[in-house]
Design a protein around this ligand. Structure first.
Ligand code: ATP
Ligand code: PRP
Ligand code: MG
Length: 283
């Protein structure tokens, strides 16, 4: 059987979460130490530990079958690869920011100004679509200090908390793109059974992260009201309790409206609510 290769970031923002995701899929492998390639002992897969900038091209060229990388890097490298799954981590936005004492307050004022960035391709396309002509200064890092050094009038860089912008006296001015980590594969091998198996495992881990397992006790008379509050669940498990007019209800609740749902369940008579994380949900 062919052994697949998946490229993940060697170190940096996406490394830990990529390793955690693959381990949660039940894959056994050594974390990157000095070897840049690590075999998986219980699945026909090898992990390649790379600089994130190289991952899209490795996947496009078939050197790696799969990759986990930020959408921003995929867009910047302009490769042709398949998006298999958005992974929900490494969330950030590419933004244009300007010094907080500036007079720029609309995009057209960037005409004729300089913008420092490590994302010249994405920024170039954005400015073109807006009909703006700026001088894009491509640098390879520490972009946020360039206005302070007199290198550029504005910057275009990744932002998540905004802490780096703030500590460099910059304010966000325009959103260029939002990004998260994506599982990609080579255009030619999306139909591979092994890849499908891996994607299913990843999806079962992601699904589990979005939900909680909840057990609650309720008087039998309140059961219809409780069940009515669990619309997503075809048929929650209802277990008799030692006290004959009480039952325990086992169900899953989406993370996103968890607290609202719990307070509704309490109002409907639920007691002794126990919440547990779910490891995997296999459909
Ligand atoms: N502040 C942030 N918050 C969340 N995600 C981020 C943030 N900054 C970057 N990312 C995402 O994580 C990816 C990797 O960021 P990192 O800073 O580790 O890259 P890098 O320094 O270019 O790493 P490498 O050494 O692999 O080239 C980015 O391409 C982006 O998708
Ligand atoms: O909005 P914040 O939460 O402050 O995050 C933004 C910073 O994060 C990224 O850099 P990173 O810290 O990954 O360092 P790097 O540029 O050296 O890769 C990005 O390039 C910004 O500088
Ligand atoms: Mg990089």
């Amino acid at each position: 059987m062919k052994t697949l290769k998946i490229a993940i970031q060697k170190s940096g923002r996406l490394n830990e979460k990529s390793v955690e995701l693959l381990k949660n899929c039940g894959l056994n492998f050594e974390n990157y130490k000095s070897s840049l390639i690590s075999p998986v002992s219980n699945f026909p897969l090898e992990i390649l530990f790379l600089r994130d900038d190289d991952i899209p091209e490795y996947v496009q060229d078939g050197i790696a079958d799969l990759g986990i990388v930020g959408e921003n890097v995929i867009e910047e490298t302009e490769v042709e690869v398949n998006y298999l799954q958005r992974l929900g981590f490494g969330k950030c936005s590419l933004k244009i920011a300007v010094p907080n004492n500036n007079t720029i307050n609309e995009l057209s004022q960037l005409n004729g100004r300089s913008i420092a960035t490590t994302y010249p391709v994405i920024l170039g396309k954005f400015l073109k679509a807006q009909g703006i002509q700026s001088d894009i200064r491509t640098i390879s890092g520490s972009v946020e200090i360039s206005p302070g050094l007199g290198l550029a009038d504005a910057i275009c860089d990744l932002v998540s908390t905004g802490g780096t912008l703030k500590s460099n006296g910059l304010i966000p001015f325009a959103d260029v793109m939002s990004s998260e980590a994506i599982l990609i594969c080579n255009n030619k091998n999306g139909d591979s059974e092994l890849i499908k198996e891996l994607v299913q495992r990843i999806q079962s881990v992601l699904r589990a992260k979005e939900t909680k397992y909840v057990v609650l006790n309720v008087p039998k008379d309140n059961l219809p009201a409780i069940i009515a509050l669990l619309p997503g669940v075809k048929s929650p498990s209802v277990v008799p309790l030692a006290e004959s007019d009480w039952v325990a209800v086992h169900t899953v609740i989406p993370e996103r409206d968890f607290w609202d749902r719990i307070s509704q369940l309490k109002q409907a008579g639920a007691q002794g609510i126990v919440v547990m994380p779910i490891e995997k949900i296999i459909l």
